[in-house]
Design a protein around this ligand. Structure first.
Ligand SMILES: [Zn+2]
Length: 380
């Protein structure tokens, strides 16, 4: 994978660059919205293009269960099936198997689980997980990993880390044998909260034929300090030539902090999940539109935002839509949130280009964190 680093912040580990895929270039740091079931909930592919999203994360686990890989393969792959022509990363399903499915057994051979939809039993090996993602046609593929909670015992953490490395090795062999063109392999750094296991995992993954590094097993109960230490270690130890992708992490202030630790890419359900339920992101913090204070507020959702939602609708109207559960309300708030996240990443990249990232970080965090005063919901 061609990945060019064009600028580095002089006061932090932040870096700006671009990586290239068959479905277009991605300027970094980048944010990929989540299309769990091959759709970003409430937002069409045309809208995503209009917002100019960099790419999408799609969940292999969900598509494996429904509609099934064969249908998507027959449609010509995920991009054609979804009518989305930008880069797509599929996750291994590991996280979903551990969090969503009724997990029966994990062994070095693979995972035995019951579907969360109909209870049907499935057994998937690391090789199956590779086949699923290859057949879906994702640009970026991640091997099966074992994700453990932050409070897991050291012993279990060690077993999961070693298993993740073992599975990455097997998966990499399959990836290499298939000689896939313009497809990229990004294994996942696990190791729980142990810096030693994380280091061991990172070193073992870098011995493989890889194109990027995913950072997994975070946002699963660890505290802020532990997370920062792990990111700092990765920034220090990882070969800078690999894109660093922080999986499933995406509070705006934490994105800015992680960029300062050298992270290049993010995905998260937050902008869509919160948008759907009536919360909008702005530089002044979150706006919980159900609050009664917005009942007669005829200003835009975010006065500094140029998105079609903020240029065409008022807070009072959006509040009404969410309160009466009109689906348009969820769609409009989600649209604004994805737009706002995209703008945030673009502002980060611009600051990096101008060697002004640390100043941007300081002023953004101050404004965003000082304004978290809007959490009270009054449904009246
Ligand atoms: Zn907006």
């Amino acid at each position: 994978m061609k990945f060019e680093i064009n600028c580095r912040d002089s006061k932090s580990k932040a870096r700006g660059g671009v990586f290239f895929t068959e479905h277009g270039r991605v300027a970094t740091p980048a944010f990929f919205p989540v299309a769990t079931q091959a759709a970003v909930k409430g937002v069409s592919a045309q809208d995503l293009r209009m917002i100019d999203v960099s790419g999408l994360l799609v969940n292999a686990y969900h598509l494996f269960l429904r509609p099934g890989v064969e249908i998507i393969k027959q449609a010509g792959g995920l991009h054609k099936f979804m009518n989305f022509d930008r880069p797509i990363i599929t996750d291994s399903g590991g996280y979903q198997v551990f969090s969503l499915a009724n997990l029966r057994k994990v062994s070095d051979r693979g995972v035995l689980f019951n579907s969360h939809i109909d209870g049907a039993q499935h057994f998937l090996t690391p090789a199956d997980i590779m086949d699923i993602q290859i057949n879906l046609g994702a640009d970026i593929i991640v091997p099966l990993d074992e994700c453990v909670k932050a409070n897991t015992s050291k012993e279990k953490m060690k077993i999961a880390t070693e298993r993740t490395v073992k599975w990455a090795r097997v998966s990499n062999k399959i990836f290499n044998c298939r000689k896939l063109h313009n497809r990229y392999f990004w294994p996942i750094i696990q190791g729980g909260t142990s810096l030693d296991y994380r280091k061991y995992c990172l070193a073992a993954l870098e011995e493989l034929n890889i194109d990027g590094l995913a950072i997994g097993g975070l946002s699963v109960g660890e505290n802020h300090k532990q997370r920062q230490e792990i990111l700092a270690m990765i920034a220090q130890e990882a070969n800078p030539k690999y894109v660093r992708y922080f999986m499933g992490h995406g509070k705006p202030d934490e994105i800015v902090e992680a960029v300062a630790c050298g992270v290049d890419m993010f995905d998260c359900i937050l902008p869509t999940r919160l948008g759907r339920t009536g919360t909008a992101f702005t530089d002044e913090g979150k706006v919980v539109i159900r609050n009664s204070v917005y009942a007669r507020d005829f200003k835009p959702l975010d006065s500094n935002c140029n998105c079609p939602v903020c240029t065409n609708y008022t807070r009072a109207y959006l509040r009404h839509l969410i309160n009466v559960k009109e689906m348009l309300g969820s769609q409009l708030l989600t649209y604004h949130n994805i737009w706002w996240y995209n703008q945030l990443m673009s502002r980060i990249r611009k600051a990096l280009k101008n060697n002004a990232f640390s100043e941007f970080k300081g002023s953004f965090l101050e404004k965003y964190r000082c304004s978290q005063n809007n959490e009270v919901v009054d449904d009246s």
